[in-house]
Design a protein around this ligand. Structure first.
Ligand code: F6P
Length: 535
C-alpha cells in the first residue's frame, strides 16, 4: 500500500539547504493557517511532487468520505460498535450532531449546563465542605484520558485560574496520593473521581483511599459533600457513595483520550470557570470547522498527518518529537502519547487482518529550552532522525517580554540549525580565526560539524489562550483520525491495554500467598525476590 511512498523516499536526495536556495518562495508557500494556528511545514523533506503524492494518498484512502461518516456519527469504532463523536462535546446550539438519526446536542448542552452549575456553586461558595468551609482545592482522581487532558489544560491555562486549585492523582503508586495530599486539608478539599467505567483499578484504589482520608477526619457522612464523580457508570458511582446529583455523565461515544471536552473537564470548570472553559471549547470547534472545510492542501490536521505518514511509511522513521516552547505545555507530549499511541498504535486493520506496514511512531518530547540541555545533542548529531513539532506563541501569558524573546529566539534558532546545520568548511574557518593550529582543526572539525537536514514543523500562535489551546488539541485529534484512515485502523479502541490489566488481577493474590503458579519462571523468580526483600 505504501510502495509508492517508499519508492519516492528511496529516491529522495535534496537537502533542506538546497531546497531553500532553489526555491525562494518555499517559506511562504508551505504554510497553512486556521483556527488561530500557523502551521509552517517548509522545513520538511517535501516538494510539490511529494505533496501531490501525499494528497493523492489522502484521496485514495477516501478521507473525505470517512471524515463525513465520522462527523455524521456513524459507528466508526467498529470493534466496540459505537460512534466517536467527541466533536459534539464542543457543539453550540446551532450545531447538528446525531447518532442513528437522533441529535445528541441537547443532551450535551444539558449535561454541560449541569456541570457548569455545580462548578459555579463551588466557586461561589454555595456548595462547600462538611464544616461549612469553602473548597480551596480540588483533587482529580483518574488516569489516562480521565487525567491527562484536565492536567494539560490546568497547567496550560494556570494564569487564568482563580477557583479551587486543581491537583491530580493518577498513579496507583501510593507516593502520588501521599505527595499530592501532603499540604491539603480535608475540610477544604473536594475530590472528583473521574472514570468513565468507574472500574479502573488504579482510580478506584486511590478513590477508596481518598474516602478513608475524608471519613477519618470528618466522619462518614462527609463523603457526600466532599466527592463528585464523572462517569458513565451510574450504579457503581452510587455504590461508592456519591449521589446522583454529584455524578456527571460521559456518553458512551466519547473515548477516554478524547474526553477533556466533556464533564471530565470538571476540575477545569472549577479552577478556570465555565467562561474560560467555553472559550476552550470554541477554539476546538473552530478547528473542527477548519478540518471539515479547508482543502486538504491547506488543512492543518491533514498536513500534519500526511507528513507523519511520509516519514513513517516512506522513510521508516520510528519516532516523532513534540517540543513545545512553552513551560505551560510541559504535559503536551504526555497527552499526545496517549492520544496518538493509544489510538493508532495498532497492527490489525479494519478487516481484522495483520498489517504489513508500520503505524504510529513513538511520540516523545519535553518543553524547550530544557530539552536543549539534555537530548538535543542526539537531534543535531545523532544517528536517529526524528521529525519534530515545535510549538511557539508570539506573546507571553503573564510573564515578562524579555524572557519570552529569549524563548522565541531559542526556538527559531533550533529549528534553523537542525534544518541547515553547519558545514565543515565553516567550522574550519571559525577555528582558524580563533587561531587554532591546522592539526587541531583537523582533529576537531568533524565533531563540530552539524549535518542539518533534520525536519521540523513550526506551529505558531498568538498566545496560549483557551481558544488556541482548544484548537491545538483538536488539530492533533484530527491528525490522529486522518492517520487512522490512511493506516486503515480503528483509532478508537484500545484492546492492547487489557492483557496487562488481566494479568495484574491474576497476579495480585500471589503477593500474599507467594504462589504464582501459571506464570512464567521469570515472573515467579521476580516475585520471590521481591517477597524475600519485603519488610
Ligand atoms: O487502560 C486504558 C484506558 O481505558 C484509557 O483508554 C482510559 O482513558 C483510561 O484507561 C481510564 O479509563 P476510565 O476513565 O474508564 O477509568
Amino acid at each position: 500500500m505504501f510502495e509508492e511512498l517508499a519508492k519516492k523516499a528511496g529516491q529522495w536526495t535534496p537537502s533542506l539547504s538546497e531546497m531553500f536556495s532553489n526555491d525562494p518562495g518555499r517559506a511562504t508557500r508551505y504554510v497553512a493557517e486556521g483556527a488561530g494556528l500557523r502551521f509552517d511545514y517548509s522545513k520538511h523533506w517535501v516538494d510539490d511532487s511529494v505533496m501531490l503524492t501525499l494528497l493523492d494518498l489522502a484521496n485514495s484512502s477516501e478521507l473525505e468520505l470517512r471524515r463525513s461518516q465520522f462527523f455524521a456519527g456513524e459507528r466508526v469504532n467498529r470493534t466496540e460498535n459505537r460512534a466517536a463523536l467527541h466533536m459534539a462535546l464542543r457543539a453550540d446550539s446551532s450545531d447538528h450532531y446525531a447518532i442513528d438519526g437522533a441529535s445528541v446536542v441537547p443532551s450535551v448542552l444539558s449535561e454541560r449546563k449541569r456541570v457548569y452549575a455545580f462548578a459555579e456553586d463551588v466557586r461561589a461558595g454555595r456548595v462547600n465542605g462538611e464544616t461549612g468551609q469553602i473548597f480551596t482545592d480540588v483533587v482529580n482522581i483518574g488516569i489516562g484520558g480521565s487525567d491527562l487532558g484536565p492536567l494539560l489544560v490546568a497547567d496550560a491555562l494556570r494564569s487564568q485560574s482563580w477557583g479551587p486549585v486543581p491537583h491530580f492523582v493518577s498513579n496507583v503508586d501510593g507516593a502520588h496520593f501521599a505527595d499530592t495530599l501532603l499540604n491539603l486539608r480535608p475540610e477544604t478539599t473536594l475530590f472528583v473521581v473521574a472514570s468513565k467505567s468507574f472500574a479502573t483499578e488504579d482510580t478506584m484504589h486511590n478513590a477508596a483511599k481518598a474516602k478513608i482520608w475524608i471519613s477519618e477526619s470528618l466522619g462518614d457522612s462527609a463523603v457526600l459533600k466532599h466527592f463528585a464523580a464523572v462517569s458513565a457508570n451510574r450504579s457503581l458511582v452510587t455504590d461508592f457513595g456519591i449521589s446522583d446529583e454529584r455524578n456527571f455523565g460521559i456518553q458512551d461515544w466519547v473515548g477516554g483520550r478524547y474526553s477533556v471536552w466533556s464533564s471530565i473537564g470538571l476540575p477545569l470548570m472549577l479552577a478556570l470557570g465555565p467562561e474560560i472553559f467555553d472559550r476552550f471549547l470554541s477554539g476546538a470547534r473552530s478547528m473542527d470547522q477548519h478540518f471539515k472545510d479547508a482543502p486538504f492542501a491547506r488543512n492543518i490536521p491533514v498536513l500534519m498527518a500526511l507528513l507523519g505518514v511520509w516519514y513513517r511509511n516512506g522513510f521508516g522513521l520510528e519516532t516523532h518529537a513534540v517540543l513545545p516552547y512553552a513551560q505551560r505545555l510541559a504535559r503536551l507530549p504526555a497527552y499526545l502519547q496517549q492520544l496518538e499511541m493509544e489510538s493508532n498504535g495498532k497492527r490489525i486493520d479494519l478487516n481484522g487482518d495483520v498489517l504489513n506496514y508500520d503505524t504510529c511512531p513513538v511520540i516523545w518530547g519535553e518543553p524547550g529550552t530544557n530539552g536543549q540541555h539534555s537530548f538535543y545533542q542526539l537531534l543535531h548529531q545523532g544517528t536517529l532522525i526524528s521529525p519534530i513539532d515545535f510549538l511557539l506563541a508570539a506573546n507571553p501569558t503573564n510573564t515578562d517580554r524579555s524572557s519570552h524573546q529569549l524563548l522565541m529566539s531559542n526556538c527559531l534558532a533550533q529549528s534553523e540549525s537542525l534544518a541547515f546545520g553547519k558545514k565543515a568548511s565553516d567550522v574550519a574557518g571559525k577555528l582558524t580565526a580563533q587561531g587554532l593550529s591546522k592539526e587541531r582543526i583537523k582533529a576537531l572539525v568533524s565533531y563540530r560539524t552539524f549535518p542539518g537536514n533534520r525536519p521540523s514543523s513550526l506551529i505558531l500562535f498568538d498566545r496560549l489562550s483557551p481558544e488556541v489551546l482548544g484548537a491545538m488539541i483538536a488539530a492533533y485529534e484530527h491528525k490522529v483520525f486522518t492517520q487512522g484512515v490512511i493506516w486503515n485502523v480503528n483509532s478508537f479502541d484500545q484492546w492492547g491495554v487489557e492483557l496487562g490489566k488481566e494479568q495484574c488481577g491474576d497476579l495480585l493474590p500471589a503477593f500474599d500467598t507467594g504462589d504464582a503458579e501459571g506464570f512464567s519462571s521469570a515472573t515467579q523468580e521476580a516475585l520471590s525476590w521481591l517477597l524475600n526483600q519485603s519488610d
